[in-house]
Write a protein that binds this ligand. Structure first.
Ligand SMILES: Cc1cc2nc3c(=O)[nH]c(=O)nc-3n(C[C@H](O)[C@H](O)[C@H](O)COP(=O)(O)OP(=O)(O)OC[C@H]3O[C@@H](n4cnc5c(N)ncnc54)[C@H](O)[C@@H]3O)c2cc1C
Length: 615
């Protein structure tokens, strides 16, 4: 491998990582006239976004106002004050609330990125400022043939959540029809049509081409990147940042064509997706991992915390400060071909009636219908108290066949293979089940007896399942009186072990609002920026709603892209430290004291000035 210094190329902005943060920054900066390149170490663009649900939480988004016309910026801000608690950062939160709707309007007007509304309530809708609907939007489905030959470079969806490679769309009737396929002729016909279409796609393209959710978001971002002529150098590894006393000026990378120096007139942007697979930093941050409990992340294995290490080497810092340092996701380990295991994120089953979660003592320890992050936090707490960061889901045969359990699909799909492979444990009695699963038999029998006593009346006095709109949102509306609560009656019984996983990390590189990486003294490191999960989350370690990683990620990427292009959104702090130039060769002066806060979401959703100029 040679270093082709004569092949050096100079860009305005070099972005590391072709995920949601990196691509959104690149698109915004290029839209404003900057020359941008993206360096991506994997063979794919899309990052974790391509695995994701594709939901963005943007209070005041243009799609949500019809469903929730009474929502206001002040309510959303109050909600975040409660949710972020001691970590509430007014400057960052205000920027997010002010610019989020602008970001959505920009992408929908100027790029292939489009959204549809969802009916998600906030995850803590009863907390002051929480909303029953309207703040979460979803990437619109996409036909990836629009990517042309670059279709092969789109990261495929997470293997465990597709059905023979087919994706479901949570915003339409897909899932409902699949659940009802054996009970309704309409649903059976719908499912048959979907499967035939998908099989034809597989035969012709060797993958599903009608993608939904996060794969659609990644594809739409990728198309928009390519439309602007931004190269995505896949399979290209960062060797080092090129920096001197005056700042960061480029990168040395190694790719299929050998080593290359890419110079950056304005900035190198770290968008490498956080440290989900950096075992060293994980042990430092995650108490359960440090204590030796399993952590199995569905995040792509390429997210090894490279951005954090580069930032530290350049004088930046990553503090582990949030009580919950990552977005927790309880997962089960699915046996896949070739002896591999895949992480199955438990997004649907925990909400359903007749499914409970217990610890090794056979005891319930939390409201199973809370969000994945809250259930994960309860698992982490179990570990902190000397238990295990695990949960066994328990149900009976009727419930398993009705709703499925994890990777096990509802009837008529068979489950025997998953029992034989040890994914599911089965027992004729609760005691037999407990012995097979390694749970305390007496504890489990007592728990089920106690639970059933009230569950038959649809009540859960122990943990209050079904008491919030969010609990009920993913439950079974046809099950009365409580869509989340039903008894566990007749064997055989099933158990499925969940271990801790994450959707991405919350702790990250300290930046200012516009994404400049900050040194310990608060001064920006010239020429170095961070976006996405490389940058510390604005949520303070909490998970207030569906889409609270991708919403801020795309909003702050939009802010960073515009800042790099010299657009003054009034977000640069007026204090001495942060008003110093952060972008090498881009001596932007101090801005105002911050955006004028308005309480009216409608007022904050005006088209940003930069868009009007370019339109
Ligand atoms: C199953 C699942 C569902 C989810 N659903 C949602 C959801 O609906 N809503 C939501 O808000 N969040 C969701 N998330 C989380 C969300 O997907 C992530 O927070 C988000 O995609 C992170 O974006 P990012 O740009 O920081 O990183 P990524 O999207 O992961 O992109 C980082 C990129 O950097 C590349 N990279 C890594 N190291 C280097 C290097 N040294 N040089 C060059 N490139 C590098 C990686 O290969 C990757 O392509 C979900 C996550 C999972 C796993």
């Amino acid at each position: 491998m040679t270093t082709n210094s004569h092949e050096d190329d100079t860009y305005d902005v070099v972005v590391l990582g072709a995920g949601a943060g990196g691509m959104a920054t690149a698109i915004t900066a290029a839209h404003e006239g900057l020359r941008v390149v993206i360096v991506e170490k994997s063979p794919y663009f899309g990052g974790t976004a391509a695995f994701s649900g594709g939901v963005l939480w943007i209070p005041g988004n243009p799609h949500g106002q019809a469903a929730n016309p009474h929502d206001t910026r002040a309510k959303a801000r109050r909600y975040l004050e409660h949710e972020a608690g001691e970590h509430f950062n007014a400057r960052h939160v205000d920027a997010f609330l002010d610019k989020g709707p602008d970001m959505v309007r920009f992408f929908e007007a100027q790029t292939q990125v489009k959204f549809v509304p969802t009916l998600y309530p906030d995850y803590h809708p009863d907390v002051e400022g929480g909303a029953p609907v309207g703040r979460s939007i979803l990437a619109a489905p996409y036909d990836i043939r629009a990517l042309g030959p670059d279709m092969a470079r789109l990261r495929p969806p997470l293997e465990t959540i597709t059905f023979f490679g087919m994706m479901f769309n949570s915003s339409n009737a897909d899932i409902a029809h699949f659940f009802k396929a054996t009970k309704s002729l309409t649903s059976a016909a719908y499912v048959t049509r979907r499967l035939v279409k998908h099989t034809l796609e597989l035969l012709r393209y060797r993958r599903g081409i009608n993608v939904t959710s996060g794969n659609a978001l990644a594809a739409r971002l990728g198309r928009s990147v390519l439309d602007r002529g931004i190269p995505i150098l896949t399979d290209t590894r960062l060797v080092e940042l090129l920096r001197d006393d005056t700042g960061v000026h480029g990168v040395r990378v190694s790719g299929p064509a050998g080593e290359q120096r890419l110079m950056a007139r304005k900035a190198v942007v770290l968008g490498t997706g956080g440290f989900s697979h950096d075992t060293e930093r994980r042990d430092q941050a995650y108490g359960h991992a440090r204590a030796g409990h399993e952590h199995f992340s569905p995040v792509p294995a390429d997210n090894t915390g490279d951005g954090a290490r580069q930032a530290e080497a350049a004088g930046g810092h990553v503090d582990i400060r949030y009580t919950q340092p990552a977005a927790w996701m309880p997962v089960s380990k699915v046996p896949l071909s070739g002896g591999r295991h895949g992480a199955f994120p438990h997004l649907l089953d925990r909400y359903k009636p007749g499914i409970i979660g217990v610890n090794r003592q056979g005891r319930r320890f939390t409201n199973e219908s809370n969000s994945y992050h809250d259930v994960g936090a309860a698992m982490a707490q179990q570990a902190a108290q000397g238990g295990e960061a695990a949960m066994w889901l328990i149900c009976d045969q009727a419930t398993l066949r009705k709703y499925g359990l994890g990777y096990a699909k509802p009837a008529p799909m068979p489950v025997g293979g998953l029992v034989r492979k040890g994914y599911l444990q089965r027992g004729r009695t609760l005691e037999e089940l407990a012995q097979r699963a390694g749970i305390d038999p007496a504890g489990l029998a007592q728990t089920v007896a106690d639970y059933n006593l009230h569950a038959r009346e649809g009540r859960d006095p122990a943990f209050g399942r079904g008491t919030t709109a969010f609990n009920r949102y993913l439950a079974d509306p046809a099950h009365t009186p409580n869509p989340c609560v039903g008894p566990i009656e007749r064997g055989p019984y099933y158990a499925l072990k969940l271990v801790m996983g994450d959707l991405g990390t919350f702790d990250g590189i300290e930046t200012d609002v516009v994404g400049r990486v900050l040194a310990r003294d608060g001064r920006p490191i010239p020429g170095l920026f961070a976006v996405g999960n490389d940058r510390a989350s604005v949520m303070g370690g909490n998970y207030p709603a569906a889409g609270i990683t991708l919403g801020p990620i795309m909003t702050f990427a939009y802010i960073t892209g515009r800042f790099l292009a010299g657009i003054d959104d009034g977000l640069v702090q007026a204090d001495g430290a942060a008003s110093a130039s952060g972008a090498a060769g881009n001596a932007l002066g101090p801005g105002g004291a911050g955006p004028a806060a308005t309480d009216d979401l409608a007022v904050t959703t005006v088209v940003p000035p930069g868009v009007q100029v370019k339109a």
